[in-house]
Design a protein around this ligand. Structure first.
Ligand SMILES: Cc1cc2nc3c(=O)[nH]c(=O)nc-3n(C[C@H](O)[C@H](O)[C@H](O)COP(=O)(O)OP(=O)(O)OC[C@H]3O[C@@H](n4cnc5c(N)ncnc54)[C@H](O)[C@@H]3O)c2cc1C
Length: 372
């Protein structure tokens, strides 16, 4: 049986894979995206979509990619509505990272000076009176908050869908298929194997999210990506929409325009590839949400979702070519910020494939760093 051919095959129809296909197509290189379950059917379709104010909680080697992505989001917000029928609901909106005691206040503001140096919008510590003036529904036990004015969010499913639609208009093929192995000849990649079919290609990008560990079996290069489950609930609440993302520790609540529900999260669960929703996590999220916003006690539960973040042992991306195999690339490890970093991950891989170079220092994301 003759193999089908595509210049580039991308495995995975999440944000990392679809952003790669989009930016590659913009350079004139079309690709085939192979997705086994459905476009954005895992984390890229169900994430909160917070853009963390465009700054990490503290100094972080993923920051160059985050900064690059924030610039790309501004471009996408302009360009995608013209190219597609999908509104990605990108918007600027502020964050209140609240604290209930001095220890939490110290933790929330420990990198404030560093954060202020990184961005051109206001990041400041404000007291309880100011917090409650900005959002009177915050728990009055609050003692203050980190106020990040330049935050933002996006609707992740719509973002992935819009990039996919724009990519398809530029010639990208998105198809269903379960990739079960790689084909290579010597050190040169030659394509992918699906159940009962091969697709030949001189370039393959693996963007398989938490399932990227398959690369270890397929190539011997150690890719210790693990799934970190997270759940979100969406509440139907009375009253005005929240215009601040209210955050406390690793939890958050915010009205999203996609459905006008208050999206509340989240959990971090080390349970392997189990994507089931659980009552325990639902109750834990309700508890953390009511600690932040007690008046939501009257809200109705509208939806609960669960999905898996792709996490690396050092929380840094795996981004770039695979050592020893020409034409094979890896784009994963977005963890809790994979939507925010997705456009820049895709653009970086597209630049590497199309020109052999990228304007981001990808040394910290070396795909061979876990192979001894
Ligand atoms: C509860 C929760 C909240 C989150 N909130 C945020 C947030 O606010 N901001 C943020 O930036 N990030 C957030 N994230 C993180 C973000 O969702 C992920 O980091 C990101 O979606 C990962 O994208 P991906 O493309 O790498 O992986 P995925 O979205 O998992 O896509 C990988 C795809 O590859 C496919 N695949 C795997 N193996 C194969 C194969 N062999 N053949 C074919 N296809 C295959 C899968 O079916 C899947 O569709 C959140 C995550 C969770 C769980």
């Amino acid at each position: 049986m003759a193999a089908r051919h595509s210049d580039v095959v991308i495995i995975g129809g999440g944000i990392a894979g679809i952003a790669t296909a989009y930016y590659l197509a913009k350079t004139g290189i079309t690709s085939t995206v192979v997705e086994r379950d459905g476009l954005a059917s895992h984390a890229s379709g169900f994430a909160y979509g917070g853009l963390s104010g465009g700054i990490p909680d503290g100094p972080n080697l993923n920051f160059p990619i985050i900064q690059k992505s924030m610039g790309l989001f501004r471009e996408l917000a302009q360009g995608l509505p013209e190219q597609t029928s999908v509104d990605i609901q990108y918007r600027q909106r502020p964050v209140l990272k609240i604290a209930f005691n001095e220890a939490e206040a110290t933790e929330a503001s420990q990198y404030l000076v560093w954060q202020q140096e990184q961005v051109d919008y206001k990041v400041e510590w404000i007291g309880a009176v100011d917090v409650l003036a900005l959002e009177p529904r915050v728990n009055p036990e609050v003692i203050g908050a980190l106020h990040i004015e330049g935050g933002g969010d996006v609707e992740p499913y719509r973002l992935t869908l819009a990039l996919a639609e724009a990519a398809e208009k530029m010639g990208v093929i998105i198809r269903t298929g379960n990739v079960v192995g790689l084909r290579h000849h010597g050190s040169q990649i030659r394509g992918v194997a699906l159940a009962g079919e091969d697709i030949s290609a001189d370039t393959v990008v693996m963007a398989m999210g938490p399932w990227s560990g398959a690369l270890t079996e397929w190539t011997g290069v150690n890719v210790p990506v693990r799934p970190l489950k997270g759940q979100i609930i969406r509440l139907q609440a009375n009253g005005a929409p929240y215009s601040y993302s209210i955050n406390h520790h690793k939890n958050y609540a915010m009205t999203k325009p996609a459905d006008n529900f208050v999206w509340c999260g989240t959990t971090e669960e080390e349970v392997g590839f189990d994507e089931a929703k659980t009552t325990e996590s639902r109750d834990a999220i309700i508890e953390s949400t009511l600690r932040m916003l007690p008046s939501l006690a009257d809200a109705n539960l509208a939806l609960q979702t669960a999905c898996l973040r792709p996490v690396t042992p050092d929380n840094l991306l795996l981004l770039g070519g695979i050592p020893g195999i020409d034409g094979l690339y890896l784009a994963t490890g977005g963890g809790r910020q994979g939507i925010m970093m997705g456009p820049a991950m895709g653009k970086t891989i597209a630049d590497l494939i199309s020109s052999g170079a990228t304007d981001v220092d990808i040394a910290p994301y070396d795909t061979g760093r876990f192979t001894v």
